[in-house]
Ligand binder design. Structure first.
Ligand code: Q46
Ligand code: ZN
Ligand code: ZN
Length: 312
């Protein structure tokens, strides 16, 4: 098959768009599309300072690469989670994030959870009741807290993450199966900022995962191939596999599922109402982040518990 834009052989075929492109034109198409999504969903403007959360994986490093190519002011944030899993996961992902930053002359902030709070994610998870023995609930809480903290302390307007369509469709699928109204109402390419919280955006939310893999490879970005060892057997992977079955039978199904949701939400056609008695937010007395839990926020309570147990 030939590239739609030139006579060369196509290297990426996107069945859902009925589009095939050669490497060179694919590398132009991805940033063009990203720029279109940034504008369409009003993610940010060229004057805003952006912090991109990088994990060392293909999506977040590609996102950083694309935003830099589009001319935005964007720095990176790497969170050291202290996960080994027999594959040296955190060290390797940090090395690759740092390599990318150095090679491209970009600024990367590195925050190590263990250095900052005394315990790595797997250790914090052991002393917490969250997550039924899996560290993901603790990890998610810590990542959200630290991203918000760094964005606020260092004065970034926007926090960008590399979630792709497969990630977003899997979350949407999970929230739909349980009709989690509040989560459905919050899900989307942009989550507005609030007092002390940067706006959150997902510029890659309309790209399939395999499109991001193709981009990272075509750009020669070195990224960590392994998933976090704790991702294995997770619900989100199960949902992704289920959606992939659907996608194989009906190319474009995943994109239609997500985009139709966004349209229905925009038109106010979700048939879901925000739950009444919405929790009142107040600043956490320890870290200052808005929280709905009385007194300290969930993150600060978790850290305090782990520190007290370690001291006993
Ligand atoms: S939540 Fe769980 Fe991920 Fe944290 S412990 Fe690994 S799999 S990294 S996206
Ligand atoms: Zn071409
Ligand atoms: Zn707090």
């Amino acid at each position: 098959m030939k590239c739609r834009k030139c006579e060369n052989k196509a290297s990426v075929h996107m069945r859902q768009h009925k589009l095939a492109l050669c490497k060179e034109h694919y590398l132009e198409w991805v940033p063009e599309q990203t720029a279109r999504f940034i504008k369409k969903y009003e993610m940010f403007t060229p004057n805003e300072k952006i912090l991109v959360a990088v994990s060392g994986g293909k999506d977040s490093l590609s996102l950083w690469d694309i935003l830099v190519r589009l001319g935005y002011q964007v720095d990176g944030l790497y969170l050291g989670l202290g996960i080994d899993g027999g594959i040296n996961y955190s060290h390797e992902s940090q090395r690759l994030a740092e390599k990318f930053a150095n090679e491209n002359n970009l600024k990367l902030h590195v925050v190590d959870i263990e250095k900052e709070y005394g315990h790595s994610i797997p250790v914090l998870s052991e002393s917490s009741h969250r997550g039924h023995g899996k560290p993901c609930a603790v990890c998610g809480l810590a990542k959200r807290h630290e991203m918000n903290r760094i964005a606020r302390d260092l004065g970034y307007d926007v926090l960008a993450t590399g979630h792709n369509l497969d990630d977003e469709a899997a979350v949407l699928f999970g929230n739909t199966l349980t009709w989690s109204g509040d989560y459905l109402l919050r899900q989307g390419p942009v989550l507005a900022g609030a007092e002390g919280l940067a706006r959150k955006v997902k510029p890659l939310c309309r790209f399939y995962e395999r499109e991001m893999t193709a981009y990272a490879i075509a750009r020669g970005i070195e990224y960590i191939y392994d998933e976090c060892p704790f991702a294995d057997g997770s619900q989100s992977i199960f949902y992704k596999e289920s959606l992939n079955l659907l996608e194989t039978a009906r190319p474009g199904a995943k994109l239609i599922f997500y985009l139709s949701f966004l349209e229905a939400k925009k038109a106010g056609n979700l048939f879901i109402e925000r739950s009444v008695g919405h929790a009142h937010l107040h600043p956490c007395p320890r870290c200052g982040q808005p929280t709905s839990t009385p007194d300290f926020c969930s993150f600060c309570r978790m850290i305090e518990k782990a520190q007290t147990e370690a001291a006993e």
